[in-house]
Design a binder for this molecule. Structure first.
Ligand code: BGC
Length: 418
């Protein structure tokens, strides 16, 4: 009897996913932090797909790059017993939420649509809690990018730096020509984003993994980490005095407008170039952050579903998950967002040059063992540990002349926070 009921429910769900029509407009509330121009355009694609399926998209956008604000607001809502249907939550945090016993089960849609075959195993595993799907992956962002304005480089007679050793000379020429070498927003998550790219470029993927994923104490206190802090500290001289508190997309605009030469940021920045009508290879360049060619720091966005009392909302969650992984959505969303599809079977021909390079580099890095999770974007270690490490990094960056030895010791200590 139980089995029959389950089979019936799966059959009904199958019809629902195919017809896509909800009986009456059910609200599906989705918490996210996609509020910049490119991000909002990408999010609007999901809204319109859900509306075409008869649902009302209840937008729960909490501004703040990197998502710290959104996570604070989410905790309050869940604690008060009123979680949204879906929320943008990533990496190890999915497990932390799973342990709270508040997540919904997406196995029905995952089974029908064969997610286990559609998704890379490494991604699928992150989306499961206790062997059940509780989240749907949206995309793959690459973090270790350097965004370049070639006209500024040309005007300054500088060459795009391929290593951190080459960086100071290029920055010096750019500064001398009257431009800002590095567009940056002084917010802790942006400092940490730059820091992880420096660690990758200075130490390589194996070192990055030892230090920032395995949190190996020797690696964290090593000479390589010392060098990474030195390189990172030297970047203070390459950013402008108005950087504190600047949002990441405003920093991207400085590169777009030719006020600054470069930005170290994940490829959500490309969404801003696209939104401004800029073309890669002509108006801007996307190159690997210095020293990190061949490596790929990944950041997979995902929507986690929370248990709901209302049956129609619970069904809507399965419909939402199905829409997110549909080829049509994967294309329009990722074109606007700057990321690449998480489905491995997508044709990349209609994507821009940066996305095609990202997809190629992703495959190559996966094969060479140089694919590493972003610590700054909640992919690598538990939130509490990453938060403690981020505090050390941002304090170091914002304290001119802060001793490197002290930062090393503090980072190693922060890595033990659980
Ligand atoms: C998210 C991206 C978002 C970026 C800036 C990252 O942590 O993964 O989706 O665009 O933060 O807000």
């Amino acid at each position: 009897m139980k089995f029959k009921m389950r089979a019936l429910r799966v059959a009904v769900l199958g019809c629902l996913l195919m017809s896509g029509a909800a009986a009456s407009a059910t609200d599906i509330e989705v918490l996210h932090w996609w509020t910049s121009g490119g991000e909002a355009k990408a999010a609007a694609q999901l809204k319109s797909i859900m509306e075409s399926k008869g649902y009302t998209w209840k937008d729960f956008a909490v501004a703040g790059g990197g998502g710290e604000n959104a996570m604070t607001v989410l905790k309050t809502r869940v604690v008060s017993g009123d979680p949204p249907a879906a929320a943008q939550i990533k990496g190890p945090s999915i497990q932390e939420w799973g342990q709270e016993g508040v997540l919904a089960n997406l196995d029905p849609v995952a089974k029908i649509e064969k997610w286990d075959h559609m998704l890379p195993a490494a991604v699928a595993n992150v989306m499961k809690f206790d062997h059940h799907y509780v989240a749907v992956p949206v995309n793959v962002h690459r973090v270790n990018w350097l965004w370049v304005n070639p006209a500024v480089f040309q005007a300054a007679g500088a060459t795009v730096p391929k290593t951190w050793d080459e960086f100071p000379a290029a920055a010096e020429k750019i500064r001398a020509a009257g431009y800002i070498p590095l567009a940056h927003g002084g917010q802790p998550w942006q400092d940490f984003t730059v820091f992880e790219s420096v660690v990758l470029g200075v130490g390589g993927a194996d070192f990055y993994r030892q230090a920032l994923v395995d949190l190996d104490q020797d690696a964290l206190r090593s000479d390589t980490m010392k060098r990474a802090f030195e390189v990172f500290g030297a970047l203070r001289a390459d950013i402008d005095p108005d950087a504190p508190n600047r949002d990441w997309n405003q920093a991207t605009t400085m590169v777009i407008n030719g006020k600054a030469a470069m930005q170290l940021m994940g490829d959500w920045a490309k969404g801003e170039f696209t939104q401004a009508g800029k073309v890669p290879g002509k108006d801007y360049e996307c190159v690997a952050a210095p020293g990190s060619q061949g490596a790929f720091t990944f950041n997979v966005d995902s929507l986690v579903m929370f248990q709901q009392d209302a049956d129609d909302v619970a069904k809507g969650q399965q419909v939402l998950a199905s829409a997110v992984l549909s080829p049509a959505f994967q294309k329009v969303f990722n074109l606007a967002k700057g990321s690449i599809p998480v489905r491995t079977d997508m044709d990349m021909a209609s994507f821009d040059a940066c996305a095609r390079k990202s997809a190629q580099d992703f495959q190559a890095a996966a094969q060479s063992g140089s694919l590493v999770p972003s610590i700054a974007h909640q992919m690598a270690v538990p939130a509490a540990t990453a938060g403690a490490m981020q505090d050390v990094v941002t304090q170091f960056f914002n304290t001119p002349d802060a001793p490197v030895e002290r930062a090393l010791a503090q980072l190693a200590q922060a890595a033990q926070v659980q």
